[in-house]
Each structure stands twice: as C-alpha cells, then as structure tokens.
Design a binder for this molecule. Structure first.
Ligand code: SF4
Length: 537
C-alpha cells in the first residue's frame, strides 16, 4: 500500500506494506525500499509541514506550493525492486525520487552523508547538482556521484573494486526503480549507513545516522518536485569568455607547459572560481602579493592589471614577469598617464577596491580621483576646473557609468573624455544581450563568481529591467525555490565564466523536465588579442 502525505484520513491500509499505490499525474512518487526508510521520509515530510510548510489540499490547506506526493515502500532487494519497476512503469506519476540508505564506497564518506546519484545503473540523473546544492544549503552533507545496484549485501572485498570503477555508493534497489521513471524526471538520494572504514559491523549506529539524514532530506525532495516542469531557456549571445580572459588563461597554460609547476600568478588570473580552481589543479599558485613569490621565480600578472609600484617591486626582486593584463585595461592605464602628464585631474569612474581600479589609480596617484557616484562628482575639487578628464573601469554598468559621466560633463563643461569607450566591448555586448533576454524571461541566471564585476553588472542589468536575476558559480548554486513557477529562464555568463558552466546549467535544468533552448544574439564578436612575446611559439 502507499500513503499520500500527510496521511489523508488515517485510513486502515497499512502504509508500510509494499503495494501498487495510487499516484496521480504530476505527483511526486517517492520510492523507499524499506519500511524504516519510508517512515523516515514520511516523518521528514511531516516535519516540513510543521516547520512552516503548507499542508496539502486534502489537509485543509490550499496546497498551492506543495506538489501532490506519495511515499511507496517498494520492498527490499533487486528482485522486489524489479517487480515494482514493472508495475511503476505503467503508473501515472509526475516525477520519481528514490530515497533510502546505502553503502558508501569512498573512504572519505561518513555514516549520515548523503549521496545524490548522477548516474544510477544506466539512468542519468542530470538534476543531481541542483539537489546536492539544495541539500548542502539545508545544512546536510551531500555529494554527487555514481550509484550502482547489486543483488546481495556488499562484501568488504567488493568495495575497493566498485570504488575503483568510479562508483560512490552501492545499494540493492535504485537501478531498476530509476529505469521505471522512463522519460520522467528522476533523482536518487541515498544516505550512507556503512563505509569502507565502518562496514556492516557498524551498520546499527551508521543506519541511525543515515535515517536521520534521510528524514532531514525529505523536505528537499519536495522542493525538487515543485521545481520540476517543462521550460524554455533563452541564451544571451554573446556570453562567457571575452578575448582578454581567453588570452590571460592561455598565458598561464603556456607558462605551465613550458616551465612546469609551480607557476606564480599575482591575484586571481581572472575573477572566476572554476577557472582558478582548474589552473590550481594544474600547478598555478595564486598569491596576493609579490612577497609570496620566491626570489628569481616567474610571476604572471592577472588580466586586471597592476600599478607601476608592483612592476617596480618585481624588478627589484629580480622576478621574471609575464604580463597577462588585458590590452583594453592597458589602454586605460595609458590614458591615465597621458592625461596626468598634460596636467589634468583624472576622475576615474569605478568601484573602490577592484584590482583594475587600484592598478589604474596607481598610474597617476596624485592626479587621479575615484568617483563611484554622482555625489562623488559633486564633491570633486580639481586643481583646475578647466583641466578635468574622466576614465572608466572597463567592466562597469553602461547605464550607471553614463549617469556619472553626464554629471561630470554638466559640472565641468570642458571635461575631456577617453579617446574611445573605456567600458570594453565584452562588457557592453553582454549587458545588451542579457537585457534582450531579460525582457522575455521570468528569471535570469548569470553564471559568474561573486567577485566578477562584469558578472555582477549583468545581474544588475536584469534587475534594472525588472526581471529577477541570480549570480551562480554553477548549477549547484541554483536554489530550487527560484525555479518553481519560472517557465522561461534567461541564461548568460560573465566574461570570466567558462562556456562549460552554461552547458552544465542547461543539463541540470533538463533533469527537471523537458527544456527547449534558443538563443537571442544581439551581436557577434571576433576580437582576438595577441600573446606576449615570452609565451609566443
Ligand atoms: S572584460 Fe573587457 S577589459 Fe576585461 S578582460 Fe575582458 S575584454 Fe578585457
């Protein structure tokens, strides 16, 4: 028998017996093999209601935010699971979540850890990163990985081989059950009860920890179901890497190839955690200042540029410098030097503390004043009101920078502007593209890191257009609550975010239901920058 949660009328049917159930179209079907697993899930769902969740319609609530669901005890072992799977494949449900305990295969797993299946038997579960991220935000220790199903209790000697084959967890039911979902969204959450260090002998205490985690995970399963549905993804074009970022990454890669690790890089080469993590794994060492670089070593300057003081320090230390400063940032530095040499006070429109701004300010510190707002312009006291110029950080919001420069022109009639726009082509193009996409979307996701000015400006551009937007490093940062009711999702990536992250996000969304992807291209880009002589072939 099955139970719709919370139990509708406390009817006489035994909810702990396996059965065929009575799911309805669109409902979340939670498959829990064992009685104690089904109970843990039910209790977790009930606790979710008591903790502020809305009771379903049949409990007197509107049920508007809660999908209909039922928990089905599917029975122990592969043969029971296969029998259930045969029946389930003919049943009307919306999405399937398999929840239970399992055996951990990796030595760094502990009892109570949750494993969200990326691939379970032959079934791929693309929404695993979304679920794992949501579980972690709920304070639960969750990882993604492959799950395998075997027809007997795991033997100690088998764990090593399965781990070597790339599996993170083993159970006795998930694979046939997951296959029964067919084209419908399916996900698997298994709580670790035993591990290589604590095999079956420790299963009682480990099992209790696993059931506690399973109970705590149940409300997240419900949020996953509420986020499931058919969607349209609108890609903004252009998006992702710009020419300056591609050049900077290629420089570090080439230095690694030629000199081997370690390769020292002052500051993050570009502001993206994925890029930095990838290069770190290959031997790049990111340092905040040059005093962390050994004498005589090679150091790469990041795409954001450095002030002359940093260059002088590198020279004094005898460091071999390879400069990955974007040529468009170097252009702004050159303008600052030229205006200052001509006796101008330079108003630098930008954000305090950003590395690019610090580098530009350092070119002419006595002549340059940072202005972040129109109020800063009102406070500006130039040496000569007839000799005022302005420059811009390359990654500003086009709209915001235009407001500040307009006030500068109003206050100082003869103010000099940069020879060509300082806000670079990549920033301008990505903002125009995301504006077009935001106009058609319920929600915009911006791939990029929190310290990426370019990416943060894309979020602000959407918000100015009246569309909610969120900055995410990857699919795991997407909160399931954002997706409930969002049918058209705009998607872009900041100039420092890798294209692969966009693909990863689309794949994760497709794990929640059918996704159609189309692109809104506002312009195309063909700019490429040459490499510095030190790394040319
Ligand atoms: S965002 Fe613009 S200034 Fe920054 S690296 Fe890319 S092209 Fe260069």
């Amino acid at each position: 028998m099955t139970q719709t949660l919370p139990h509708p009328r406390g009817d006489a049917a035994d909810p702990d017996q396996p059965g065929t159930g009575r799911a309805e179209p669109g409902a979340l079907l939670v498959c829990a093999p064992l009685r104690i697993e089904a109970r843990a899930v039910r209790r977790g769902l009930l606790r979710g209601v008591r903790g502020g969740g809305q009771p379903p319609r049949d409990q007197g609530g509107s049920g508007a935010d809660r999908p209909p669901l039922e928990v089905l005890r599917t029975g122990y072992g592969t043969s029971r699971a296969a029998q259930q799977a045969e029946q389930l494949s003919h049943r009307p449900f919306g999405q399937m979540m398999i929840m239970g305990v399992g055996g951990g295969l990796s030595t760094d797993l502990s009892p109570g850890d949750l494993v969200v299946g990326t691939k379970v038997g032959a079934v791929t579960c693309p929404s695993a990163p979304l679920l794992a991220g949501e579980l972690r935000r709920a304070g639960l220790p969750a990882r993604t990985g492959r799950i395998t199903t075997i027809d007997h209790l795991i033997r100690r000697s088998e764990r090593v081989g399965l781990a070597a084959d790339g599996f993170l967890l083993v159970d006795m039911e998930s694979a046939p059950l997951a296959a029964a979902a067919g084209e419908r969204p399916v996900a698997v959450i298994r709580a670790v009860s035993d591990t290589p260090h604590r095999p079956l002998a420790g299963i009682v205490s480990g099992g209790l920890a696993a059931l506690r985690s399973l109970r705590a995970a149940a409300p997240v399963a419900e949020r996953w179901a509420a986020a499931c549905g058919t969607r349209q993804v609108l890609l903004a074009g252009p998006r992702s890497f710009c020419a300056g970022v591609e050049r900077a990454i290629e420089i570090v890669e080439r230095v690694l190839e030629r000199q081997g690790q370690p390769v020292y890089v002052r500051k993050q080469i570009v502001h993206n955690t994925r890029v930095v993590g990838e290069l770190e794994s290959r031997g790049a060492v990111f340092v905040d200042e040059l005093d962390q670089v050994p004498d005589g070593a090679t150091v790469v300057f990041s795409a954001h540029g450095v002030s002359p003081l940093v260059r002088q320090e590198a020279e004094r230390r005898g460091l071999a410098v390879i400069d990955a400063t974007c040529p468009l940032v170097s252009k702004v530095h050159a303008e600052a030097r030229r205006f200052a040499a001509d006796g101008y006070t330079v108003a630098l429109i930008g954000h305090a503390g950003h590395e690019e701004v610090e580098g530009t300010l350092g070119e002419a510190p006595d002549s340059t004043v940072l202005v972040q707002t129109t109020e800063d312009v009102a406070r500006l006291r130039p040496r000569d009101e007839e000799r005022v110029a302005y420059l811009m950080q390359t990654t500003l919001s086009v709209d915001e920078a235009a407001e500040v420069s307009a006030v500068l022109r109003e206050r100082f009639g003869s103010v000099r502007a940069p020879g060509s726009d300082d806000i670079c082509y990549a920033t301008t193009n990505r903002q125009a593209a995301v504006r077009a996409v935001a106009a058609e979307s319920d929600l915009v996701l911006v791939a990029g890191s929190a310290n990426s000015s370019n990416s943060v400006r894309l979020v602000e551009t959407c918000e100015r257009a009246g569309t909610p937007a969120h900055l995410i490093d990857g699919a795991e940062d997407i909160q399931l609550g954002w997706l409930a009711g969002a049918q058209v999702i705009g998607l872009t990536a900041g100039a420092s975010a890798p294209p692969a992250v966009v693909e990863e996000i689309i794949s994760a969304l497709a794990g929640l239901g059918p996704v159609s992807v189309s692109e809104r291209v506002t312009t195309t880009e063909s700019i490429r920058f040459g490499l510095p002589k030190e790394v040319r072939q």
